[in-house]
Write a protein that binds this ligand. Structure first.
Ligand SMILES: [Ca+2]
Ligand SMILES: [Ca+2]
Length: 166
């Protein structure tokens, strides 16, 4: 797990970005004792140096402590064909690092566990962001997504039913 930290740091340079496509969704304050998702968005952005990223953002009711092994956030992306999940995205902390807290990871993979890629991730207060290089994803329709916050067995699905976007 450690080697991925260096990747995250190396790609952490903030470039000005142009949003080429954006969608967002909201979820009510409907969870107690978990990660209560309130908003999420997906933006396709192009940086000054021509790199295209899909930026997944999740905002929760309270500040996140995922890097201290306090839960995780999980996205399902529907990018092709019918209403199936083509990609899964997880934000989680290093389970073995407790003192000091470990780094944060964002893992993108196919539902069968193949095509694993760790991508740039940030957590600021109550917001977690993953930046996925566009070339990693096969997308042939307006993207749909849903997500869930998980903490100690408490799950908040957003939206509660169905998908955002599309
Ligand atoms: Ca919620
Ligand atoms: Ca919900």
């Amino acid at each position: 797990m450690r080697r991925f930290l260096h990747v995250a740091v190396a790609t952490g340079v903030l470039l000005t970005a142009t949003a080429a496509w954006a969608a967002s969704g909201t979820d009510p304050n409907d969870t107690t004792g978990g990660i209560d998702i309130l908003r999420s968005s997906v933006n396709k952005v192009e940086t000054d140096d021509g790199k295209v990223r899909l930026v997944l953002k999740a905002a929760a009711e309270d500040p996140l402590a995922i890097d201290q092994d306090e839960g995780s956030i999980f996205w399902a992306l529907d990018t092709r064909g019918g209403a199936l999940t083509e990609y899964e995205v997880y934000v989680f902390g290093d389970l073995e690092a407790t003192d000091p807290p470990g780094p944060l990871y964002c893992l993108v993979q196919r539902p069968n566990g193949s095509q694993k890629h760790y991508v740039e991730v940030r957590q600021v207060e109550n917001v977690a962001t993953c930046r996925i290089p566009r070339y990693l994803l096969k997308i042939d329709k307006p993207l749909r997504w849903r997500l869930a916050g998980r903490l100690r067995g408490v799950i908040d699905r957003a939206p509660d039913v169905g998908w955002y976007g599309g």
